[in-house]
Design a protein around this ligand. Structure first.
Ligand SMILES: Cc1cc2nc3c(=O)[nH]c(=O)nc-3n(C[C@H](O)[C@H](O)[C@H](O)COP(=O)(O)OP(=O)(O)OC[C@H]3O[C@@H](n4cnc5c(N)ncnc54)[C@H](O)[C@@H]3O)c2cc1C
Length: 809
């Protein structure tokens, strides 16, 4: 075996091989894939092979589209049999809510470019004449997908990769991985050691075990899953045409034609999810091409529902059962990208629909490894979206929930309780007792809205029964004062004699020269695209307080730590858990706080965009006069344990002004009225600050910073797309992001976020469109729930208080 390779991939299933092929496509063939058994001998060989296009997540839809574009061509590319069946798929809806979801996904499909139609029962019966459509409202018909032979397809990708120079070694287990002093990895195997610049964990159900070799872990839990193949169906024997893959949420099953038999796969909604029997969800090393005993009892109720839909299958016997293992992550998206805390150790695992996803995951991870970035928004795939909170207990609970809810309808705003709470502040129960509905952000329980009359949210893609509640929270803030606990920000102390120079290099804006100055700054990649956004306060000559998005805690910590040069005297500390954060905002914020602090809060002493250390109600605070809402206000960062006393004092002082509690939905409504972009949605690794209209936060003259060269080049060449701020002629449904934007019937862009602005009474969104279509005042159209709505492009000035008079008040 070779003794070195630029990239070593551990694991030869669909995910590892998908990456091997795409690295080769990118021109990297100094690669070595090591597989402990035969290729596909983990979860891949026995999969049912479906490759659905229908998926609600925008990035995942792009991932699936890669597979459905590549797989039909693979057989002719390589000569290896793949058994691609382009029969399409139909997902059934029996409720109006599911129909709305289909419409939202159909909007996404238009931008991504795969065929999808929302069809009625009659059309469904035309395509699958055997289906009883009793109670069916609609079908989501995806025309370009189908199913493959997973083993054949994986072998074909492997062949395509080796044709381009990649190497595969089989029957060789990786037994250890060691970081070398030189910065490379030493991968120990049964057949000797290999030195590698990059190591990729593509070990499927064994991924935790491989991560543990480098002192890390992976939030993955393995579950059993079964599908059944029947005896031949006479109607299929007589027919030339194949029925599409059917996805039936009522039965929590998929079913299709397998040659002339039926194939039925079940996601049991009630049975205990059979996790791998070995300890900790880890399979034994020895298992290879392993299947488990069939368990009929678990699936019988589901079968009954399938037979109601497909009566022609009622009397037929079962020919074979496949019960195999699938890896699941807490949110059921794969882990794709760098492992937290490590350099050049990558994750390519945790895929529960890995046949459909292997090619797309491989493509985007290969881009990231080779070019330092992928062309799609990786936030929902990056393994560092999980932190230490995603421990074994949390992951198992979430994975089981992901499994049993595989076919459930997931409407935006849904709160799934499994595994929660993972991270709470000392105020959690107090707020909950006051009616707070929490949502989860990087494990934190974050206030979302307050149910003061005990109502529960009726989830919908349209404005629902909490629309007025959120409006009242916004009104409470803008007419008086409100308080929100937002401790979930990632928080870092960056200190040392070189801290300023270091941050000036790491971020595109210049750090404040004066103590107390606050700057909004963006961390860019070498390609000039946005990696993170931070609010940075100069606490003293050599100390800065850096705040970034909750889900950026691991990413920013790693990026900052890894950027420190050997000769720099800089310390980066993650202080997220140490500091709580209460935000007091609204025209009466100063009056409220003046009663509980002796600090002078007047403009002459405490200007907008400055921070100071003050005592509030006897609690030492880093008070920052900045907020995301566009109102006079302060963020009060304080020792976490002292949150209850600070909150009690704020509420007591605020009673005179009818101070309200508010949640993140109100924040979102208010931030979009200020045209503030949101990290992860409006600001992603797909775009540069130039496209996002953030030029005023770029300090090009300060000298070198990461991404500057690329920005200069892009400035010279010009940008092809840019962010627009739009008002939508919405009736009862606002944009949420992912809606296609049209100009005179032609697709010109896509929304990145949207919300109703309660203070202004306007439906607003941010979108990226072709630069030639971005002039303020122009009319465009956006498709929301398959309805074309008129759109007016606004100036990129906020529509609420454009001069920031309220913030400066
Ligand atoms: C019954 C069933 C039906 C399914 N149907 C579908 C479907 O229709 N569509 C779909 O998209 N998905 C389906 N899946 C899920 C799919 O099978 C998995 O998501 C996918 O195979 C995961 O691929 P992977 O490459 O991550 O893992 P694997 O295929 O398990 O590959 C990991 C490889 O790593 C190797 N390995 C582990 N440790 C080491 C080591 N130390 N050294 C060397 N090698 C190592 C293993 O031997 C293994 O071959 C199904 C799963 C089951 C169980």
């Amino acid at each position: 075996m070779r003794s070195s390779a630029r990239v070593v991939i551990v694991g030869g299933g669909m995910m590892g091989v998908g990456l091997l092929y795409h690295l080769a496509e990118e021109g990297w063939s100094d690669t070595l894939l090591i597989e402990k058994g035969e290729l596909t001998s983990g979860s891949t060989w026995h999969a049912a092979g479906q490759c659905p296009s229908f998926i609600g997540d925008y990035t995942m839809a792009k991932v699936h589209h890669v597979g459905n574009t590549l797989y039909p061509k693979l057989e002719s590319m390589t000569g290896q049999y793949t058994s691609w069946h382009g029969c399409g798929g139909i997902r059934l809806a029996t409720t109006r809510a599911e129909l709305e979801w289909f419409k939202h996904v159909a909007d996404i499909a238009k931008h991504i470019g795969y065929g999808m139609e929302v069809i009625g029962p009659e059309e469904i019966r035309r395509i699958n004449p055997f289906l009883d459509t009793e109670g069916v409202v609609a079908g989501a018909w995806t025309l370009d997908d189908g199913h493959v032979d997973p083993a054949g397809t994986c072998q074909a990708m492997a062949k395509a990769a080796t044709n381009l120079g990649a190497t595969i070694v089989k029957q060789n287990r990786v037994t250890g991985i060691r970081a070398r002093a030189e910065g490379e990895w030493e991968v120990e195997t049964e057949k000797g050691s290999v030195i590698a610049e990059h190591v990729v964990n593509a070990a499927g159900c064994y991924a935790r075990r491989v991560s543990q070799m480098v002192g890390s872990d992976a939030p993955i839990w393995n579950t059993e899953h079964q599908y059944f193949i029947t005896e031949p169906i006479p109607e299929f024997v007589e027919r030339d045409e194949e029925i599409p893959v059917m996805r039936d949420p009522r039965a929590s099953c998929y079913y299709r034609q397998e040659q002339v038999s039926a194939l039925i796969g079940v996601y049991e909604t009630e049975a205990a999810v059979g996790a791998w029997r070995d300890s900790g969800g880890l399979p034994a090393w020895e298992s290879e091409s392993e299947l488990f005993e069939a368990d009929y009892d678990r699936v019988l109720p589901h079968f009954e529902r399938v037979m109601e839909r497909m009566p022609i299958w009622s009397d037929v016997g079962i020919k074979s059962v496949t019960n195999g293992a699938i890896p699941h992550t807490p949110d059921d998206n794969p882990l794709l990208g760098p492992a937290g805390g490590l350099r050049n150790f990558w994750m390519c695992c945790g895929a529960s629909i890995g046949i459909a996803q292997g090619a797309g995951c491989g493509k985007y991870l290969a881009q990231w490894i080779v070019h330092g970035d992928a062309e799609v928004n990786m936030a929902s795939l990056d393994p560092r979206r999980f932190g230490r909170f995603a421990n074994e207990v949390y992951t198992q609970a979430k994975a089981a929930d992901a499994y049993v809810q595989m076919y459930a309808l997931h409407i935006p705003g849904e709160e799934r309780e499994a595994g929660r709470p993972a991270r709470t502040t000392p105020l959690h129960e107090t707020l909950r007792d006051q009616g707070c509905v929490h949502t989860e952000a990087f494990g934190w329980e974050r206030p979302k809205w307050f149910s003061l009359d005990g109502r529960e949210e009726e989830l919908s893609y349209r404005r629902n029964n909490i629309f007025e509640v959120v409006a009242a929270e916004c009104r409470g803030v803008s007419e008086g004062v409100g308080v929100i606990e937002l401790s979930s920000f990632a928080k870092f102390d960056v200190s040392g004699p070189d801290a300023e120079a270091f941050l000036n290099r790491a971020f595109a804006n210049r750090m404040a020269a004066k103590v107390g100055g606050i700057r909004l700054a963006h961390r860019l990649g070498e390609n000039g695209r946005i990696q993170s956004e931070a609010t940075i306060t100069r606490i003293s000559e050599d100390r800065f307080y850096v705040l970034s998005g909750s889900s950026w805690e691991v990413k920013d910590f790693d990026a900052l730590k890894q950027a420190i040069r050997d000769d720099e005297k800089v310390t980066v500390e993650n202080v997220t858990d140490d500091w709580g954060n209460l935000i007091v905002a609204g025209p009466r914020a100063r009056d409220l706080l003046a009663k509980i602090t002796s600090a002078d809060l007047e403009n002459s002493n405490f200007r907008w965009l400055t921070g100071r250390e003050i005592d509030v109600a006897g609690v030492p605070c880093r008070a920052l006069r900045v907020n995301y809402l566009g109102e006079l206000g302060w963020e009060l960062h304080h020792p976490m344990a002292r949150m209850p006393e600070l909150y009690a004092a704020i509420k007591a002082s605020g009673s005179e002004y009818d101070a309200v509690d508010f949640g993140s939905l109100a924040v979102d409504s208010m931030r979009i009225e200020k045209c503030y972009r949101g990290i992860g949605a409006d600001l992603t690794n797909e775009i540069t600050p130039l496209e996002a209209g953030l030029g005023r936060f770029l300090e090009m003259e300060k000298g070198d910073f990461v991404g500057r060269e690329s920005l200069l080049r892009i400035q010279r060449e010009g940008i092809a797309q840019q962010l627009i701020y739009i008002e939508v002629d919405a009736r009862d449904a606002d944009c949420i992001g992912g809606e296609p934007v049209f100009s005179e019937g032609r697709l010109v862009g896509v929304t990145s976020s949207g919300a109703f602005g309660h203070r202004t009474g306007r439906s607003l969104a941010l979108a990226y469109v072709e630069s030639t279509k971005a002039a303020p005042g122009q009319k465009l159209e956006v498709e929301v729930l398959e309805e074309r709505l008129g759109v007016t492009i606004l100036e990129t000035e906020p529509i609420y208080d454009p001069s920031n008079a309220r913030l400066r008040a």
